[in-house]
Design a protein around this ligand. Structure first.
Ligand code: FCB
Length: 441
């Protein structure tokens, strides 16, 4: 068996990804907290203290990331803290974030800052949220404020996290706030998210010409259940075009395409300096004539694939490679802004991580311009409507006591980050069952 080492390019970014509402605690002024109060989050699960970052525990968690060999960290800033009401900016909140991004530099980690990660201030939602065209102007004003405050420490920005999830889950499936089932509203939101992203892109570059700006798209693999059956292929392509392509295409061509509709948003053209990909899984898709609400499809995980404990994610590393192939069409550097798996016992995560990093290494060797990888996530966090039932952390969290305990995956990921490589020794130590497939004789 060859005892090989799979190296990554020099300067590759290795980090973890987090989001304000999921880690800070005490975020009571946004739509997600209201959604939780209305009983839409699993009973008994609350975002209330989260990982207690707002009281200062970010310091110890940043230490954990740095000691784990990470050279970058993705955080988000909470709009409802920075702009608690339409006419007020909270300088203390901005200062808090300034301390955090400075804290990353002090620990040798490059910050990537997301400006919008699912949550919206209550005052914005009261005026119709992103359905209202005015959201774009409000977002731009907020972005300008944040960038002016943090630009000495931050050069890598993500405008909006998973606009495709925000619009589809919030406005079509109704599981995220505002819980709508309204395709028309979804389109208005998508259109304004594109306009908001474009406005943010131009504003950031005006304030900080050297900045690099993009967004994070949730890429989901859709495979025809029966590849020889044209209706299955058609519906898989339709889903991918609507879900995966809409935002990056809009931000590259300045054109929105949605179920036969075509609209030009010229200011959105070429508004990405990199493509952010969040990849978790892929699924099979079969045509179903009686399910118009599901875009004429039935979707399911490959029965052969290993599932995460709550069945949320199927371990599909080849789908990660396909995500890069898909991403290549945009001719941009690629950053993996999220990838990970929920796994409280850490029995699947090591395998999942190694197999995904191996696929990323293959893609790098096909000269796909991949620049970095942010694992979701550092410490177990509040997983939206699923509360604390899903544990994505390299570190385990006891929510009551706030105690952290290291999972074996944290040590494994630290080896990968430090070596800038996936080595035979790492695989042997943490997932020996993969040796024969990864290092065939
Ligand atoms: C992504 C979200 C992130 C986290 C992971 C598990 O869709 O961007 O906040 O919840 O899923």
């Amino acid at each position: 068996m060859p005892q090989a080492t799979f190296y990554f390019p020099k300067g590759f970014l290795w980090g973890t990804a987090t989001a304000a509402h999921q880690v800070e605690g005490g975020n009571t002024n946004n739509n997600w907290y209201a959604w939780e109060q209305e009983g839409h989050v699993l009973p008994g699960h609350s975002s209330q203290i989260a990982c207690d970052w707002w009281s200062g525990r970010w310091r110890e968690d940043f230490d954990r990331a740095a000691e784990g060999g990470q050279n970058a960290l993705r955080i988000s800033v909470e709009w409802s803290r920075i702009q608690p009401t339409t006419d007020r900016w909270d300088e203390d909140a901005l200062d808090h974030y300034r301390q955090m991004v400075r804290g990353l530099h002090q620990r040798g980690m490059q910050p990537m800052v997301t400006l919008h990660h699912f949550t919206d201030p209550l005052w914005l939602m009261e005026t119709g949220g992103w359905e209202n065209d005015e959201a774009v102007t409000h977002f731009e004003a907020y972005v300008r404020k944040v960038v002016a405050a943090l630009k000495d420490y931050v050069a890598l920005w993500c405008t909006i996290n998973e606009p495709n999830v925000y619009a589809s889950i919030g406005y079509v499936l109704g599981e995220f706030p505002p819980g709508k089932h309204d395709l028309g509203a979804a389109y208005r939101v998508m259109r304004n998210l594109v306009r908001g992203h474009a406005a943010a892109y131009h504003a950031i570059h005006e304030l900080q010409p050297e900045a690099r700006v993009g967004m994070a798209i949730n890429y989901r693999g859709f495979r025809a259940a029966k590849p020889w059956f044209p209706p299955d292929r058609w519906v898989a392509a339709l889903l991918s075009a609507t879900y995966n392509d809409f935002f990056p295409q809009a931000a590259s061509r300045g054109i929105l395409r949605f179920f036969g509709r075509r609209e030009s948003i010229p200011q959105a053209k070429n508004t990405q300096d990199y493509l952010g990909i969040n990849y978790y899984t892929r699924e099979k898709v079969a045509f179903h004539p009686l399910k118009p609400a599901d875009l004429f499809s039935t979707r399911y995980y490959d029965p052969q694939a290993e599932l995460s404990p709550t069945g949320f994610i199927a371990n599909e590393p080849l789908g990660f490679f396909e995500a890069f192939k898909w991403g290549k069409q945009f001719n941009l550097p690629i950053i993996v802004t999220e990838n990970g798996v929920e796994d409280p016992e850490d029995s699947l995560r090591r395998r999942y991580l190694i197999q995904h990093i191996h696929q990323m290494w293959r893609a790098v060797n096909f000269n796909f311009p991949i620049e970095g990888y942010f694992h979701w996530t550092l410490v177990d966090n509040f997983e939206w409507e699923r509360g604390w039932t899903q544990r994505f952390g390299l570190w385990e969290l006891d929510v009551e006591t706030q105690a952290r305990r290291k999972r074996p995956s944290a040590d494994m990921y630290a080896q990968i980050c430090r070596q800038n490589a996936l080595s035979w020794e790492t695989v042997k130590q943490f997932a020996p069952e993969l040796l024969a497939t990864l290092f065939p004789s």
